[in-house]
Design a protein around this ligand. Structure first.
Ligand code: ADP
Length: 422
């Protein structure tokens, strides 16, 4: 069942709309991370969900009720809000701060009853703060303080927690502590959690769903894997990234790529290496070439191929053919232009069939012109010849023209050696 439903919601502080025609459904029990660049409207969206702001157009429904029409106390009982900044002028002790969460339940004369005490105790217990209850909040560590603010929201006995960058000022240990607490609340108590996060990786690890905002619209929503797709992150944030899968959790992990990946020993204006690969056979080669600062190109590969994707991420030029299509005359010609400029031609441990034989033919032409051809040692050519012997024959001719067979681990040293001896 949906807890929140937003229908064509638009909001502006001044003239310019900050959120535009937003359609959104948030399931009860979800753990949703709102992501997006600065100014994309995340905090505004969170404040619309809590009822702190009302949309100029459209509706925000909470369990079918329009949020802006709910009584403030009713909203406060339903929604626990953890703001970005939590400052109190007075040095309250932690217990008093947590007790503030009960205000929406108190009669006007304000005495805490047995039920209120029970909820306060429970909130202190869940957040592991019982021991610190008498401490003034300015004597708590960042993590304890943030757990205290969460305890205050929990004492409200809310149906949803709305948090704005709950870990932005915390070191990684406290970040984990807070996210673990939220994950437990979500899992054990089925509490819906909606948070704004700048940390794509923390959100990817803990949230069950992500929504990516850009310029006031939702660009993508769904599982972390779906939302943190490299192309989508790159176009939204305007950065180069690599997205890998965490081997343990299976969740995506985003790394920023420097404009030009540099490493110790990088060669300035190193030689140009053209790579023949496909199906992931050239992945490690492409990363290595980039890391060592060689100029590289790849081709011909089919669009959507793993190697084509890696090259795209690494900003390595590539010659593409349509998916599942044999190399066309046009792609062959484009590839030839790259190979003509290359100092080395590197052939990955890739199978050859009718579709990519043109690459091998180009390698032969290059070898005849005196281009240095390196072949990565792998399976024997017979094992990966799907042309009925033509590939194996070209392979042999290539060998007689001086192509060198080399282990993958050796190839970068070989290329560097080639540079140094020149
Ligand atoms: P985010 O949380 O994604 O960084 P916000 O929702 O805080 O984005 O802000 C979205 C846009 O609205 C920004 O351009 C910001 O400058 C503007 N904005 C935010 N708060 C106000 C305000 N109180 N008055 C005017 N403009 C605001």
């Amino acid at each position: 069942m949906s807890l929140y439903e937003l229908k064509e919601v638009s909001f502006s502080y001044e003239k310019e709309p900050v959120l535009k025609d937003l359609q959104l459904e948030i399931r009860e029990g979800s753990f949703l991370g709102l992501l997006g660049p600065n100014g994309s409207g995340k905090t505004t969206l969170l404040r619309l969900l809590s009822g702190a702001l009302s949309p100029q157009k459209g509706n925000v429904f909470f369990k079918g009720q329009e949020v802006s029409l709910m009584e403030p106390a009713e909203r406060a009982r339903a929604m626990g809000v953890v703001p970005q900044e939590f400052n109190l002028d007075f040095p309250f002790v932690l217990e008093e701060v947590v007790a503030m969460g009960r205000y929406p339940y108190l009669p006007w004369w304000g005495a805490l009853g047995a039920m209120d005490q029970e909820k306060i105790e429970e909130a202190l217990y869940i957040t592991g703060l019982e021991r610190l209850r008498k401490r003034t909040i300015n004597r708590l560590s960042g993590g304890e303080r943030q757990r205290g603010v969460i305890a205050r929201a929990l004492a409200q006995d809310p149906q949803v927690l709305l948090l704005d960058e709950p870990v932005s000022n915390l070191d990684i240990r406290y970040q984990q502590e807070v996210f673990e607490l939220l994950a437990r609340l979500n899992h054990d108590r089925d509490l819906t959690i909606i948070l704004v996060s700048h940390d794509l990786n923390l959100a990817a690890q803990y949230c069950s769903e992500l929504a990516l905002l850009s310029q006031g619209s939702i660009k993508a929503m769904g599982s972390p894997k779906k939302v943190l797709e490299a192309g989508l992150v790159e176009s939204t944030y305007g950065v180069a990234v690599e997205v890998a899968e965490n081997a343990l959790t299976g969740r995506p992990q985003v790394s920023l790529l420097p404009h030009r990946a540099r490493a110790a020993g990088e060669i300035e204006n190193g030689p140009w290496v053209h790579v023949i690969g496909g199906g992931g056979s050239a992945q490690q080669i492409l990363y290595g070439l980039k890391r060592w600062g060689f100029r590289a190109s790849l081709g011909v590969v089919n669009a959507g191929d793993t190697d084509a994707e890696v090259a795209r991420r690494l900003d390595i030029p590539r010659v593409l053919e349509a998916p599942f299509s044999a190399i066309s005359a046009g792609a062959r010609e484009a590839n030839e232009k790259y190979i003509e400029q290359a100092d080395f031609l590197l052939i990955a441990d890739v199978p050859f069939g009718g579709g990519n034989m043109a690459n091998l033919e180009l390698a032969l032409e290059a070898a005849r012109r005196g281009c240095r051809v390196l072949r990565i040692k792998g399976k024997s050519i017979e094992e990966r010849d799907y042309t009925g012997g033509s590939a194996a024959w070209l392979w042999e001719v290539l060998g007689s023209l001086g192509a060198i067979d080399i282990e993958l681990e050796e190839v970068f040293n070989h290329l560097k050696g080639g540079v140094e001896s020149e």
